[in-house]
Design a protein around this ligand. Structure first.
Ligand code: PMP
Length: 367
């Protein structure tokens, strides 16, 4: 019998087995068109129908208000690091960035090419949570406030929407916790995320933008990063990443069938708690240095070994885990240690297998 695989990759990440089977079944004959989605003309009626259906499931799951546009773009999260300032900074030439980890730091550096960036929280090399609100300093002139809802590398997540100065649009990178919980879209000017973690495969970036923010791109904004042009053309200005959009639609249809946003949140809380509880009850054998209120439900990051981590023991942990079919648990090279990514496609059963493994590994290796 084939070994049971639990795949905890941070992204590209697990796609539900059921969805993969569905995509496979449709691969040769998409929706009775007689051709594959990869072959279908993006100027055909069938394609327009497919795009409308995919947009509808996005709108339905996140209850996207009517004054927001949904865009399917290319260039990944990193493309958006540039697209956001290129489209939104022109009002005052300045923007606020709340930097809480590696990805928001990269976004801030990219934005500084196109305008003046104010760091709302003090710069640091080690990210351990969302700094206390009393220490934040906003620029009253900022065109927007930017933050990353879940820092995939450090495992730092916002569990509420940051309060920002009234009238300043809030921009959010949701790449690694998109569709993992209900979102009040009306609190945002713009939300974006690459699909390859929680909502599909690499190649498409889902952008949700409030209509009044369109129409003010910088003159140098490349056409394919221009929200206004993309919106006018219903994301079909140029050839879209059709296969990736198809997978996204199938993943979201699965999310809906499984119970939608509230159910995804319930599962995420339960799964992450299973692992954090083992860490916290391990008498220091496992450690996580993120302030408890900012611990990520998506990416649980920890070290193995008393005294804050032992690289030899972590190597052994990864080898033994892989031997049992628990894969892709290595932490990001910049922080080391272990990272268990618990996106929507990871089941309670997968998480239980990891929890059991962690308990046994500790018993066998504690001092
Ligand atoms: N933002 C976050 C939160 C991410 O985790 C990543 C990728 N891991 C990115 C942005 C960059 O995305 P991409 O690789 O699609 O450019």
């Amino acid at each position: 019998m084939a070994q049971h695989i639990s795949y905890f990759s941070p992204g590209p990440a697990k796609i539900p087995d059921e969805v993969l089977a569905q995509v496979q079944e449709q691969l040769i004959n998409f929706d009775t068109t007689g051709v594959s989605i990869m072959e279908l003309s993006h100027r055909s009626k069938d394609f327009a129908k497919f795009m409308d259906k995919t947009e509808a499931v996005v709108r339905d799951l996140l209850c996207v208000p009517d004054n927001y546009r949904v865009l399917f773009m290319q260039g990944g999260g990193s493309g958006q690091f540039a697209a956001v300032p290129l489209n939104l900074i022109s009002r005052t030439g300045k923007a606020d960035y709340i930097v809480t980890g590696s990805w928001s730091s990269k976004a801030a550096k990219e934005a500084a090419k196109y305008g003046k960036v104010n760091y709302v929280v003090a710069k640091t090399e080690r990210y351990t949570g969302v700094p206390d609100r009393s220490s934040w300093t906003f620029d009253p002139d900022a065109s927007y406030v930017y933050y990353c809802a879940n820092e995939t590398i450090e495992g730092v997540e916002f569990h509420d929407v940051p309060e920002v100065p009234k009238g300043v649009p809030l921009v959010c990178d949701m790449s690694s916790n998109y569709f993992s919980k209900p979102v009040d879209v009306s609190k945002y000017g713009l939300i974006y995320g690459g699909a390859q973690k929680n909502i599909g495969c690499a190649g498409v970036t889902l952008v949700i933008i409030r209509e009044d923010l369109l129409g003010k791109p910088q003159p140098i904004c490349p056409t394919i990063l221009d929200y206004t042009i993309m919106s006018k053309n219903k994301s079909l200005y140029n050839t879209p990443p059709s296969f990736a959009i198809h997978v996204l639609g199938e993943v979201l249809a699965w999310v809906k069938k499984e119970g939608g946003m509230a159910e995804m949140e319930r599962r995420s809380v339960q799964k992450s708690k299973m692992i954090y509880t083992i860490i916290d009850n391990s008498s220091g054998f496992y450690s996580n240095n993120i302030q408890p209120r900012s611990r990520s439900y998506m990416n649980v990051v920890f070290r193995v070994g008393e005294g804050g981590g032992n690289e030899e023991l972590e190597k052994k942990f990864l080898e033994k885990a892989a031997h049992q079919g628990l894969l892709s648990l290595k932490g990001h090279r910049s922080v080391g240690g272990i990272r268990a990514s618990l996106y929507n496609a990871i089941t309670i059963d997968d998480t239980q297998r990891l929890a059991n493994f962690m308990k046994n590994f500790r018993e066998e290796n504690k001092i």
